[in-house]
Design a protein around this ligand. Structure first.
Ligand code: CUA
Length: 155
Protein backbone atom coordinates (compact mmCIF):
# COMPACT_ATOMS: atom_id res chain seq x y z
CA UNK A 1 0.00 0.00 0.00
CA UNK A 2 2.94 2.35 0.74
CA UNK A 3 4.22 1.91 -2.82
CA UNK A 4 1.10 3.55 -4.24
CA UNK A 5 1.48 6.43 -1.80
CA UNK A 6 5.11 7.03 -2.85
CA UNK A 7 4.10 6.84 -6.49
CA UNK A 8 1.41 9.48 -5.93
CA UNK A 9 3.89 11.71 -4.08
CA UNK A 10 6.42 11.39 -6.91
CA UNK A 11 3.73 12.37 -9.42
CA UNK A 12 2.79 15.43 -7.41
CA UNK A 13 6.47 16.47 -7.32
CA UNK A 14 6.88 16.02 -11.09
CA UNK A 15 3.75 18.06 -11.87
CA UNK A 16 5.00 20.71 -9.46
CA UNK A 17 8.37 20.92 -11.21
CA UNK A 18 6.79 21.23 -14.65
CA UNK A 19 4.51 23.99 -13.36
CA UNK A 20 7.48 25.91 -11.95
CA UNK A 21 9.39 25.63 -15.22
CA UNK A 22 6.40 26.78 -17.29
CA UNK A 23 5.76 29.70 -14.95
CA UNK A 24 9.41 30.72 -14.95
CA UNK A 25 9.59 30.81 -18.75
CA UNK A 26 7.48 33.99 -19.09
CA UNK A 27 9.49 37.14 -19.77
CA UNK A 28 9.14 40.57 -18.23
CA UNK A 29 6.30 42.69 -19.60
CA UNK A 30 5.42 40.18 -22.26
CA UNK A 31 3.26 37.14 -22.03
CA UNK A 32 2.63 34.46 -24.60
CA UNK A 33 -0.96 33.35 -24.15
CA UNK A 34 -1.73 30.68 -26.68
CA UNK A 35 -0.20 28.80 -29.53
CA UNK A 36 -2.11 27.53 -32.56
CA UNK A 37 -1.83 27.73 -36.30
CA UNK A 38 -3.03 26.96 -39.83
CA UNK A 39 -1.79 26.40 -43.34
CA UNK A 40 -0.97 28.57 -46.35
CA UNK A 41 0.24 27.88 -49.89
CA UNK A 42 3.86 29.10 -50.11
CA UNK A 43 3.67 29.18 -53.94
CA UNK A 44 1.00 31.92 -53.90
CA UNK A 45 2.17 33.77 -50.78
CA UNK A 46 2.58 36.99 -52.80
CA UNK A 47 -1.14 37.02 -53.62
CA UNK A 48 -2.27 36.08 -50.12
CA UNK A 49 -4.62 38.75 -48.65
CA UNK A 50 -2.46 39.02 -45.51
CA UNK A 51 0.97 37.59 -46.29
CA UNK A 52 1.09 39.30 -49.71
CA UNK A 53 1.70 42.58 -47.87
CA UNK A 54 2.57 41.51 -44.32
CA UNK A 55 2.51 43.93 -41.40
CA UNK A 56 0.58 45.21 -38.40
CA UNK A 57 -3.20 45.32 -38.55
CA UNK A 58 -5.51 46.74 -35.88
CA UNK A 59 -8.41 44.38 -35.18
CA UNK A 60 -10.01 46.01 -32.14
CA UNK A 61 -9.34 48.24 -29.18
CA UNK A 62 -5.83 47.27 -28.03
CA UNK A 63 -6.00 44.26 -30.36
CA UNK A 64 -3.61 43.71 -33.23
CA UNK A 65 -2.71 41.08 -35.80
CA UNK A 66 0.86 40.97 -37.01
CA UNK A 67 1.65 39.02 -40.19
CA UNK A 68 5.30 38.11 -40.65
CA UNK A 69 7.02 36.37 -43.57
CA UNK A 70 10.46 34.92 -42.89
CA UNK A 71 12.76 34.40 -45.85
CA UNK A 72 16.51 34.23 -46.48
CA UNK A 73 17.61 36.33 -44.57
CA UNK A 74 15.00 38.80 -43.38
CA UNK A 75 11.77 39.10 -41.46
CA UNK A 76 9.13 41.10 -43.29
CA UNK A 77 8.34 43.25 -41.37
CA UNK A 78 11.03 43.33 -38.70
CA UNK A 79 14.37 43.56 -40.47
CA UNK A 80 14.29 46.59 -42.79
CA UNK A 81 11.53 48.15 -40.68
CA UNK A 82 10.75 47.33 -37.05
CA UNK A 83 7.41 45.83 -36.04
CA UNK A 84 5.67 48.56 -34.00
CA UNK A 85 2.82 47.94 -31.56
CA UNK A 86 1.47 50.14 -28.76
CA UNK A 87 1.98 49.49 -25.08
CA UNK A 88 -0.87 47.60 -23.46
CA UNK A 89 -1.87 45.80 -26.64
CA UNK A 90 -2.70 42.18 -27.21
CA UNK A 91 -0.99 41.04 -30.37
CA UNK A 92 -1.57 37.86 -32.33
CA UNK A 93 1.38 36.94 -34.51
CA UNK A 94 0.89 34.94 -37.70
CA UNK A 95 4.26 33.71 -38.91
CA UNK A 96 5.17 31.76 -42.01
CA UNK A 97 8.19 31.29 -44.28
CA UNK A 98 8.41 31.60 -48.06
CA UNK A 99 11.50 29.52 -48.77
CA UNK A 100 13.03 27.31 -46.09
CA UNK A 101 12.43 26.70 -42.37
CA UNK A 102 13.30 29.69 -40.18
CA UNK A 103 12.79 30.60 -36.55
CA UNK A 104 11.04 33.64 -35.09
CA UNK A 105 12.06 34.50 -31.56
CA UNK A 106 11.35 37.64 -29.58
CA UNK A 107 14.62 37.77 -27.66
CA UNK A 108 14.34 37.65 -23.89
CA UNK A 109 10.77 36.34 -23.90
CA UNK A 110 9.08 32.99 -24.35
CA UNK A 111 7.56 34.17 -27.66
CA UNK A 112 9.30 31.80 -30.01
CA UNK A 113 8.18 29.69 -32.95
CA UNK A 114 9.38 27.89 -36.04
CA UNK A 115 8.49 29.53 -39.37
CA UNK A 116 7.73 26.72 -41.79
CA UNK A 117 6.79 27.12 -45.49
CA UNK A 118 3.14 26.11 -45.91
CA UNK A 119 2.34 26.50 -42.23
CA UNK A 120 1.18 29.48 -40.21
CA UNK A 121 2.38 29.61 -36.63
CA UNK A 122 0.08 31.70 -34.46
CA UNK A 123 0.60 32.93 -30.95
CA UNK A 124 -0.75 35.79 -28.89
CA UNK A 125 1.35 38.09 -26.74
CA UNK A 126 0.44 40.84 -24.28
CA UNK A 127 2.78 43.84 -24.28
CA UNK A 128 2.41 45.52 -20.90
CA UNK A 129 5.25 48.02 -21.06
CA UNK A 130 7.16 49.94 -23.71
CA UNK A 131 10.50 48.63 -24.86
CA UNK A 132 12.58 47.29 -27.69
CA UNK A 133 13.02 43.64 -28.43
CA UNK A 134 15.34 41.90 -30.80
CA UNK A 135 14.01 39.33 -33.26
CA UNK A 136 16.14 36.33 -34.08
CA UNK A 137 16.05 33.40 -36.45
CA UNK A 138 17.00 30.36 -34.43
CA UNK A 139 16.73 27.67 -37.10
CA UNK A 140 19.68 27.22 -39.44
CA UNK A 141 18.45 28.52 -42.81
CA UNK A 142 21.55 29.05 -44.91
CA UNK A 143 24.68 31.16 -45.27
CA UNK A 144 23.05 34.30 -43.83
CA UNK A 145 21.37 32.61 -40.87
CA UNK A 146 23.63 34.29 -38.31
CA UNK A 147 22.68 37.78 -39.55
CA UNK A 148 18.94 37.13 -39.80
CA UNK A 149 17.50 39.42 -37.18
CA UNK A 150 15.04 42.23 -36.64
CA UNK A 151 13.44 44.54 -34.14
CA UNK A 152 10.12 44.85 -32.34
CA UNK A 153 9.22 48.18 -30.75
CA UNK A 154 6.52 48.49 -28.09
CA UNK A 155 5.63 52.20 -28.11
CU1 CUA B 1 16.43 32.27 -41.02
CU2 CUA B 1 18.08 31.11 -39.72
Amino acid sequence: AYEKLWLALALVLIVGFIGTITYGAAGVGIEMIDDKGGTVDPATLDEHPKFGDPGVEKTGENQYDVYVVARQFVFEPGTTEPIRVPEGSTVTFHVTASDVIHGFEVVGTNANTMAIPGQVAEFTVEFDEPGEYGLLCNEYCGSGHHVMEGKLVVM
